[in-house]
Design a protein around this ligand. Sequence first.
Ligand SMILES: Cc1cc2nc3c(=O)[nH]c(=O)nc-3n(C[C@H](O)[C@H](O)[C@H](O)COP(=O)(O)OP(=O)(O)OC[C@H]3O[C@@H](n4cnc5c(N)ncnc54)[C@H](O)[C@@H]3O)c2cc1C
Length: 262
Amino acid sequence: MKVIVCIKQVPETTEVEIDSQTNTLIREGVASIINPFDMYAIEEAIRLKERYNAQTFVITMGPPQADSVLREAISLGIDEAVHLCDRTFAGSDTCATSLVLSKTIGKIGNYDLILCGKQASDGDTAQVGPGIATYLNLPQATYVRKIDEIDVKKKVIKVERLLEEGYEILELDLPALITVVKEINEPRLPSLRGKMKARKQSIPIWTNKDLELKEKDVGIEGSPTQVVKIFSPPARQQGIIFEGESKECVDKLGEELRKYIL
Ligand SMILES: Cc1cc2nc3c(=O)[nH]c(=O)nc-3n(C[C@H](O)[C@H](O)[C@H](O)COP(=O)(O)OP(=O)(O)OC[C@H]3O[C@@H](n4cnc5c(N)ncnc54)[C@H](O)[C@@H]3O)c2cc1C
């Protein structure tokens, strides 16, 4: 069984400054970590390695310094890593990010399970996992709090998916993609042996030459999302209650929201 974990390097703090000229996050000088939810995905992959003898991979798309998150994953027990690093990928929105990651997963090949975090602590959209599943045409389960079992012969996975009240049990055919929540496990700490292995391991860097995606489909050019304005909302004051018919309320809500983005 082959398990591939997608991990993202994120700023250590959630209080990142915004560049008002470019509408992007100012990442320089901010310490970086593995996206906290991805730590749970890594731990789950290592548990699958221990339980089913799975071969485990981590992949990340990010600048050269994202190498450190891949090494941290190896120090925890992941077998192999691939770093997607190319200027062509810079400025990718969730759509282009999902495309690059899905193409990478396809190139690694013969995968059974893809694990992602529920969401990233900086971008926060929770779109990339479902985006990858869509590109690869895979069954998916989001907000998974437990992998009950995997029938390796029948190629079926049974999971518990967190709902607002309670949970549901789903069975998916493999290969499949799941995104995980923090209830799924408690991530371990790296061992000294793991740290030494991580320092020595060679990690391939794949560029767009390896993926052969059209340049118009990645980076800023391949990103249909337009950031109109980024701002910190003012501290919450007393809420507004709209009264009247539903349509009237929706129109009033629209007017209120427009004040913040125009
Ligand atoms: C127009 C535009 C330009 C942007 N430009 C930049 C930019 O220049 N630099 C930049 O850093 N961001 C940029 N972003 C943000 C970027 O789109 C998101 O960071 C990225 O698509 C992931 O979305 P998210 O953070 O919401 O992840 P989510 O969808 O919340 O993440 C869910 C899960 O997907 C996986 N995942 C997410 N991202 C990655 C990744 N990169 N590698 C591996 N796994 C991943 C992880 O498992 C994660 O837990 C830009 C966004 C827009 C809209």
